[in-house]
Design a binder for this molecule. Structure first.
Ligand code: NDP
Length: 615
C-alpha cells in the first residue's frame, strides 16, 4: 500500500534512515581481498600462463587494460605511435568487465554511448543496455582492431614505476620479473577495481563457500554470465550480502534456481524501470552516419547539463532525471519556448532572465520527491508481501546512491525461495562457521556471495597497490598526500610524460564514464603526437597551471550525487562529510559540459597552455 507523505515528513524520514546507517568508521569499515582473504582475489576467469620476463623499451606503457588503456592505446595507434604496451593484473583486457562476470551483469548506461569506438570498429550493440559479456567482447574487439594484444602483459602486477632522470624514461618492474622502460606512461587503474568485503566480525570463520561478485565461481554455482541456469545451486542455501547495482542484477538470476536465497540488505536501492529493447539494424543503419557516436555522447552530456537541449537521443533513466528538473525550472513552459526566448534575448543583446538558485533548488527537490515516490509506489505494485515491500523502499534522494534500473529485481522477492533479511540499516551482525546472524537470528547457509562493492575513498597507493616515483624520487602518494593535484585531471608536475586517465578533476561523475576516457584519450594522443613530431623528450605541467586548476575545482559546490546529507555510501565518503581532499577530487565546477567545453577549446587552440615541452 502506498503511503502518501508530505515533503517535510519525507525529509524527516530520510534523515532518520540516514542516522541509522551512519557508521563512525566510514571507509574503514571494509576490508580488502588481501591477507587472510588473499585467495578470494584469485582470477577465476583465465588460467595463469608462464612466460619469460620482458626487458625491452616501448614508446608508451599503459597500466590497466580496461577501457582507459584500450581507448588511449587506440588513439595512440591512430596517431602513429606503434609501440604501445598494456599491462594488467587481469588475464585479459576489459578491466571491470573482465572481472565482473556475475550472473545478470549488464551496463545501466545505453550501449550506444557506453561502448567506445563503435564507429571505428563498425560494431552495432545488440540491445539498448547490453550484457557484460558483450561489453567484454567489445573490449577484446578494440584490442584486436588496434593491435593492442601484441605487446600486452596480462596477469602481471606492477612492482615499481620510476622516472629515470638521466635516460628520461620510465622504468617499470613487475611481479613477473619484467624490467622495461617506456618514454611515456599512462595510468588507467579505474575508480572501482579493488573489491572490498564488509567488515563483519567472524567473516574469516565461515566454513562454507564464499566469494565476491567480481570473482564469480561458476564451477560452484553452474550457469554463466549470459543467463544459463545456475543449476548447481538447486539444493543450496545461499546468502547475498549487498543490494547495490551489482546485487540488483545478480539476485534475480540467483533466485531463479537457488534452493533458498537470503538477501541481506543494509540500505535498499532505488530501483526504477529498465525498459530495455533490442537494437533494430535498420534503425541503426539510418542513424549510424559519420560522427554519430560523438553526437550521441555530446547529446547525453547536454541532456544531463544545464542547457536546453533540443532532443534527447538517449532517453533513459539518467536523462529523465535532468528533464524532470528542467521542466520544473521552466514552470511547464515547453522547451521550444524557452529556447526561443533565449535566442531572442541573444539576438536583441538583452540579458536573459536568470533563474534564482532557490528556484533551481526547489525544482531539484520537487523533481526528486516526485520520482522517489514513484519508485516507492512501484515497489508496492510489484512486491506482493507488504512487509517485504516496505523494507525494499529507498528513503533517500535518488542521487544519494547509484540509481538502479531493473524489471526483474523486485519480482524476485515474490518467489517462495527468496527471503529478504533487512538489517534495518545496521548490516549483518556476525558471520559464524555456518551462517549469518541478524537481529539475534541465525541463518544457516552453504554459500555467501559478497555483492559488497569496491574501494572508492582509498588513496592512490591503496587503490593501485603500487606507487609511482617521479622526479627526484618523489612519490605520487606523497605529492597527493593533501589531495589530488593535476592539470585537467590528466597531467601531474614532477611526473613527466605521465598521463592519469581518470575522472577526478575532469568531467567526473558524468554517468557515462567512457566519455571521460574517450576525451582524455584524445588529449593524450594529441599531446604525444605533438611531442613526437617536434622531437621533444619531455612534457610536464607547470605548478602554476596545476594550482590554478585545483583552485578552480575547489570553487565547485559539489555534486548533488555526493551530498554529505545523503544516506552513507561510497558516493559521499560514507556520509563522513566533505574534507578538502574529497572536494578536491570532484570534477569541473561547470559539470561534464563545463569540462568538455574547456578541454575541447584547449585542444583546438594548439597552444598546450599549462604544459611545458622540453628537448
Ligand atoms: P555498492 O558499493 O554500490 O554496494 C555494496 C552493497 O553492500 C551495498 O548494498 C552495501 O550496503 C552492502 N554492504 C556493505 N557492507 C555491508 C554490511 N556490513 N552488511 C550488509 N550489507 C553491506 O557496490 P556494487 O558492486 O553494487 O556497485 C558498485 C558500483 O559499480 C556501482 O555504483 C556502479 O557504479 C557500478 N556498477 C554498475 C552496474 C551497471 O551499470 N549496471 C552494475 C554493477 C555495478 P549500504 O548501501 O548500506 O552501504
Amino acid at each position: 500500500m502506498t503511503t502518501v507523505l508530505d515533503r517535510e515528513s519525507i525529509k524527516q524520514k530520510y534523515a532518520a534512515e540516514r542516522a541509522k546507517r551512519l557508521r563512525p568508521e566510514g571507509n574503514e569499515q571494509y576490508q580488502r581481498l588481501s591477507g587472510k582473504f588473499q585467495d578470494m582475489a584469485a582470477d577465476p576467469h583465465t588460467p595463469f600462463v608462464p612466460r619469460d620476463p620482458v626487458t625491452d623499451h616501448v614508446t608508451f606503457a599503459f597500466i590497466g587494460a580496461g577501457m582507459s588503456g584500450l581507448v588511449t592505446g587506440a588513439r595512440l595507434k591512430e596517431a602513429g605511435i606503434e609501440s604501445v604496451r598494456l599491462i594488467d593484473k587481469a588475464g585479459g583486457v576489459g578491466g571491470t568487465w573482465y572481472w565482473n562476470r556475475y550472473p545478470g551483469v549488464r551496463c545501466d548506461t545505453a550501449a550506444m554511448i557506453y561502448l567506445p569506438l563503435l564507429e571505428e570498429t563498425g560494431y552495432m550493440p545488440s540491445e539498448k543496455y547490453v550484457r557484460g559479456p558483450e561489453i567484454l567482447a567489445h573490449c577484446e574487439r578494440i584490442a584486436k582492431h588496434y593491435g593492442l594484444y601484441d605487446k600486452a602483459l596480462f596477469h602481471t602486477e606492477i612492482d615499481s614505476v620510476e622516472w629515470q632522470e638521466d635516460a628520461r624514461v620510465w622504468r617499470i618492474t613487475t611481479n613477473r620479473g619484467d624490467d622495461f622502460t617506456a618514454k611515456y606512461l599512462g595510468m588507467g587503474t579505474g575508480p572501482l577495481h579493488v573489491a572490498k568485503l564488509p567488515g563483519i566480525p567472524g567473516i574469516e570463520n565461515f566454513k562454507g563457500k564464499q566469494f565476491h561478485t567480481s570473482r564469480w565461481d561458476y564451477d560452484y554455482t553452474g550457469g554463466d554470465a549470459l543467463g544459463a541456469p545456475m543449476d548447481k545451486l538447486k539444493d543450496k542455501r545461499v546468502a547475498v550480502i549487498g543490494t547495490g547495482a551489482t546485487g540488483v542484477q545478480c539476485i534475480p538470476q540467483m533466485a531463479k534456481t537457488t534452493g533458498h536465497l537470503f538477501v541481506f540488505q543494509r540500505t535498499p536501492s532505488s530501483v526504477d524501470v529498465r525498459g530495455n529493447h533490442p537494437i533494430d539494424p535498420d534503425w541503426f543503419g539510418r542513424i549510424a552516419k559519420a560522427g554519430w557516436q560523438k553526437r550521441w555522447m555530446d547529446n547525453f552530456v547536454d541532456n544531463m547539463g544545464r542547457g536546453l537541449p533540443s532532443e534527447d537521443l538517449i532517453d533513459d533513466g539518467w536523462t529523465a532525471i535532468s528533464r524532470r528538473i528542467r521542466e520544473k525550472v521552466l514552470d511547464g513552459r515547453p522547451m521550444w519556448a524557452a529556447k526561443l526566448a533565449t535566442r531572442v534575448a541573444g539576438a536583441l543583446g538583452r540579458p536573459l532572465r536568470q533563474v534564482s538558485p532557490d528556484k533551481v533548488h526547489a525544482a531539484i527537490e520537487d523533481a526528486d520527491i516526485e520520482k522517489t515516490e514513484e519508485i516507492r509506489a512501484r515497489v508496492d505494485s510489484v512486491v506482493k508481501d507488504p512487509e517485504t515491500a516496505a523494507h525494499l523502499k529507498a528513503w533517500y534522494s535518488q542521487l544519494c546512491k547509484r540509481p538502479c534500473f531493473s524489471d526483474e529485481y523486485l519480482d524476485a522477492f515474490n518467489l517462495p525461495n527468496t527471503t529478504l533479511v533487512d538489517t534495518d540499516g545496521k548490516g549483518v551482525e556476525r558471520i559464524t562457521e555456518t551462517g549469518l546472524m541478524v537481529g539475534g537470528k541465525h541463518y544457516e547457509v552453504d554459500c555467501i556471495v559478497y555483492a559488497s562493492g569496491f574501494e572508492f575513498g582509498a588513496n592512490f597507493q591503496m587503490k593501485t597497490g603500487f606507487d609511482i616515483k617521479g622526479r627526484n624520487g618523489e612519490l605520487l602518494s606523497e605529492y597527493w598526500a593533501d589531495g589530488l593535484r593535476t592539470l585537467h585531471g590528466l597531467h601531474v608536475p614532477g611526473f613527466p610524460n605521465a598521463f592519469m586517465v581518470q575522472m577526478n578533476q575532469a568531467a567526473n561523475m558524468v554517468s557515462n564514464i567512457p566519455h571521460n576516457i574517450v576525451d582524455h584519450a584524445a588529449t593524450v594522443a594529441q599531446v604525444i603526437a605533438h611531442a613526437e613530431r617536434e622531437d621533444y623528450a619531455e612534457v610536464e605541467p607547470t605548478e602554476e597551471a596545476v594550482s590554478k586548476w585545483v583552485d578552480l575545482i575547489l570553487t565547485g559546490g559539489g555534486s548533488l550525487m555526493a551530498s554529505a546529507d545523503c544516506t552513507p555510501g561510497f558516493w559521499n565518503n560514507e556520509g563522513q562529510g566533505w574534507s578538502k581532499e574529497f572536494r578536491q577530487s570532484q570534477g569541473h565546477p561547470g559539470g561534464a559540459e563545463g569540462y568538455f567545453g574547456h578541454i575541447d577549446a584547449w585542444r583546438r587552440s594548439g597552444t598546450y597552455s599549462g604544459l611545458v615541452f622540453s628537448k
